[in-house]
Design a binder for this molecule. Sequence first.
Ligand SMILES: *Cc1c(COP(=O)(O)O)cnc(C)c1O
Length: 517
Amino acid sequence: MNPLDPKEFRRQGHMIIDFLADYYQNIGKYPVLSQVEPGYLKNLMPEFAPLSPEPIETILQDLQQHIVPGITHWQSPNYFAYFPSSGSTAGFAGEMLSTGFNLVGFNWVSSPAATELESIVMDWLGQMLNLPKAFLFSGSGGGVLLGTTCEAILVTLVAARDKMLSQIGRESICELVVYVSDQTHCAVQKAAHIIGIHPKNIRVIKTIKSTSFTLSPESLSSTIQTDVQNGLVPCYLCVTVGTTSTTAIDPLGPLCMVAKKYGMWVHVDAAYAGSVCVCPEFRHFIDGIENANSFSFNAHKWFLTNLDCCCLWVKDPASVIKSLSTHTVYLENSATDSKRVVDYKDWQITLSRRFRALKLWLVLKSYGVVNLRNFLRSHVEMAKTFEGLVKRDKRFEIFVPRNLAVVCFRLLPSAVAKISNGGSKTEDVAKISNGGSKTENVAKISNGGIKLEDVANGINRRLLDSINGSGTVYMTHAVVGGVFVIRCAIGATLTHTTHVIMAWKTVQEHADAVLNY
Ligand SMILES: *Cc1c(COP(=O)(O)O)cnc(C)c1O
């Protein structure tokens, strides 16, 4: 057996590419959300691993027959769930090359090109985003490619913790406070938990609808003041540019001004929205970045770079390195000793690391800044189209103003109220809101036992289930300020305006059914 026989590699490699090309060609034919039941695969697979080899032809048949039905098709043009995971030929090619070389570039000497290309593309990308020079290698900062934003947050939080503790003493860890809003990604709380921030020292500041669920600098300031009066030490603030639920844009500049007074670390999590800041007309979302300490976005979300690829820039790499560097005899080498190289193992949690820069390099070279910008803009335009369609149907509302290519909408409580006043149809409301058939609940609605908002939440949830059960499109939800909203996140690479229009038609048809028209 030769598991890396070049002839067989070529033959099978071509077969896989053909398989995937056919997959992309036919992707619109599959239900976007996989419709299998939990445990479906166990019945289809043998109980034990095969003792003898099977040919690739049989394996691909198995794949098509058993695996593909259990896949939710994130690359489908009808995929509008969560955030996009926009793949591309360049992103795939970069991933393929990286996997092909299969090198482990933990430090410079383990593969100089892996480190140097990474530093170069991070500076390229930083320039595209018009980041201050202080974040770039050409200034005094630098960038690193991690797997995901969760890692970027953990890395920066560890650095922030140690930086603060070096000033106030290691025994003071119980005094450190981390600040987030109720819209901040749960990754921050998880990271705080991992690094030993006391749960009672995580401040989750409430946001409200009238300010589009953004973090208010005034709320932040008063929360910090109370903590300081109580002898606690503000350590880390996560500002979100493009929240996961509604793509709210926290006011970065004013928030940094508050944080600056206390010498705390500000991380800017722009996991989704960071990409679009390469367009000059959207760059203002990160105005004020010069006063932050670190900034990250996911190129694997909306930047044509196949999973995984999180771009993190820090102003003070030394603080990260101080927290995360390791020294072992077997990794000693003269390049490291010369202090003229970057050893990325000291910028991340793990030791081993992939050659992710290839992906980003291929994406940047293959499409160029101009096409990347236009690609992002096209999704924003499609979202405007979708938004316009929602606005024309008076049963619906746009729940929060659209910032980018995510539209948050719902059936209005008034549309729901209409059916509850429509005589015989009251029973449907009860069914919908409870999933049962107790008509006594209708009475509760009119007596105020169940609030109309709760009924609206139930019906919107039912509408979304109905849409996704059809397999035609896939959207997901958020609950903000107690309200259940449906999110239409546009950004799949294959999506065109026609798909967006069809998606809205699907929503309307299911709304007709759910409202029992
Ligand atoms: C998607 C997202 C994350 C998590 O990203 P991972 O790369 O999956 O860790 C964090 N923050 C925001 C704002 C996000 O939208």
